[in-house]
Design a protein around this ligand. Structure first.
Ligand SMILES: Cc1cc2nc3c(=O)[nH]c(=O)nc-3n(C[C@H](O)[C@H](O)[C@H](O)COP(=O)(O)O)c2cc1C
Length: 197
């Protein structure tokens, strides 16, 4: 059985980790993005579907394209971050199941059932977006997830040639500038949103 992580690790992943909108002027290299994928891909999705499709915007051009589809409040964040990422979801993820989940015919569970694929792709790509945040923090990076954007415009800009892929949410990535943080908002005690049944 694995031992619990130490306090320093728990702080870095959860307790002192924050959402960032502003980053220090430190680049995030492709090797770091590959290391991030190599961690997040190991976290679970149902039937190993891995429906998320990530577009890492590292060029000024790609960031400008993404920024153009963002709300006024998010535009500058995307432009100025070292990396901005689109977390898409592939509703044809089942085509990969013979390779990703080979011991049963899992593809047949989803063939002809678009509604099930939509629900499954959304659920599991959202999880993968969460795994991205935690994997990034584990690597010493900071993340700023965002839902303030025009999904149709982001789809058109980044997934026009793969119409089965649609945008779930977007995020910025880098080494956060702690001086720009506002005070942490409340996180309720167990009793508030939990019950034992
Ligand atoms: C899915 C998602 C969408 C979000 N959308 C936006 C957004 O559009 N713009 C923004 O400034 N922050 C956005 N946030 C940031 C949240 O407000 C922030 O993560 C939350 O308040 C927790 O902040 P903390 O990690 O600093 O405690 C989003 C966060 C998540 C997880």
């Amino acid at each position: 059985m694995a031992a619990p992580l130490d306090d320093q690790a728990l702080d870095q992943l959860f307790r002192t980790a924050r959402t960032f909108n502003h980053y220090r002027d430190e680049p995030v290299g492709e090797d770091t993005l590959r290391a991030l994928w190599d961690l997040l891909k190991m976290a679970p999705t149902s039937a190993n579907q891995l429906p998320a499709r990530f577009v890492w915007c590292v060029s000024d051009e790609a960031k400008a394209t993404l920024a153009a589809a963002c709300s006024d409040t998010n535009r500058d964040k995307v432009l100025k971050a070292p990396v901005s990422v689109v977390i898409g979801m592939d509703v044809e993820f089942h085509d990969h199941l013979p390779e990703l989940f080979p011991h049963v015919d899992a593809k047949s569970w989803f063939d002809g059932n678009r509604e099930l694929r939509e629900a499954s792709a959304f659920r599991n790509s959202s999880l993968q977006g969460g795994y991205l945040i935690l994997a990034a923090r584990a690597l010493g990076l900071d993340v700023g997830p965002m839902s303030g954007f025009d999904a149709g415009a982001v789809d058109k800009a980044f997934f026009a040639d793969t119409p089965a892929v649609r945008t779930n949410f977007i995020a910025t990535l880098g080494y956060g500038d702690a001086a720009t943080l506002h005070p942490r908002n409340p996180r309720p005690a167990f009793e508030t949103f939990n019950r034992l049944a």
